[in-house]
Design a protein. Sequence first.
Length: 415
Amino acid sequence: MTGSSVAGKRILLIVAGGIAAYKTLELIRLLRAQGCAVTCVLTPSGAQFVTPLSLQALSEDKVYSDLFSLTDESEMGHIQLSRSADLLVVAPASADILARMAAGLASDLASTVLLATDKPVLVAPAMNVRMWLHPATQANMALLAQRGVSVVGPDEGAMACNEYGRGRMAEPPAILAAIQEQLGQARPLAGRHAVVTSGPTYEPIDPVRYIANRSSGRQGHAIAGGLAALGARVTLVSGPVSIPAPPGVDLVPIETAEQMLRACMQSLPADVAVFAAAVADWRVAHAARGKLKKTDAGTPQLELVQNPDILASVAALKQNRPALVIGFAAETGDVLQNAADKLARKGCDWIVANDVSPETGIMGGEENAVHLVTRDGAETWPRMDKRAVARRLASRIAVVLGTPATETSPLRGPG
Ligand code: C5P
């Protein structure tokens, strides 16, 4: 049912010091729910934030903390511990442990295991924004990246220390998605069907003229590609764009909003639908059959009528509603509030919201800075390449569709 790439895998989870350690408990729960074995190493500073007992209860395994504990050594030496997992994950990864990793220190069990391992390592940094931005931390991160260490986050947002900025540990579902990606063969959406809308719509005035918008289709097409890369069968319903459909997706080319609605409905059932198209809000009520001529009688009067709202129509379906209906919201102010209102108004599950004010440079640019708004709250993702936004969204979709329905929604933040 889950199709998860983490089922049957082993993670060695190193919990370093940081207030974000409480989120690691949720990560363990998610990993266990996906059938992944988790063994924890708790650093002394990590133990200031979570107890060995809570890690042990959730991981259902022994928790290791002391390099020189005879009991630990008798059960499993640190070298063996470092190699028995498929992947080592450091979450939260404090500035201190990242520095020790970069320096190659082996001063405690966590750093020793990280030095001794021959397995891939993923870190989820969590620290104050100044510590993250400090050249020392940035140099350490660059060095670790050079050595093949992968990183997820940190995210931007309010911090426990009352500051705002980048440094919050990535949310557990995002870390799970990164773990799935790391564990390779990730086709968690195999057997799933996704419908994605993309591009503009063209609304005819007459046989040669139309009303359109500047949508390039870049973000929608990237999402279609991201979902296909995770194994989904993807139907891409797109208005006219100048970019090719990503490999492996079924393209349904349309021009008008009404055609887009019909194509979407015909593509159902689907497990997930992502509405990234810039659908024209209005169409010309009575498009002329023949080309309108310039006459002395003056300019033609175009009567506009409202187009169907495709996102809202699919979200409102009683039968065949995809389990996950996702819309976009491009705003120029009050982004989060407007997105939350849109979520309620359209009846969808998630809204990917972004601020497209001219000063952000996002419109027409390569990068995007989005908030993922759900019924349970909002997450701010760091500014990243539009394809990276697509990959991350696809991974998040995979986390939800790959989690047994009886589990709590993994998007429910830990408070
Ligand atoms: O209402 P607004 O256009 O701001 O909503 C944007 C979201 O709704 C996008 O996800 C867009 O693809 C979708 N939409 C739609 N059909 C419309 C208008 C918008 O699917 N007619």
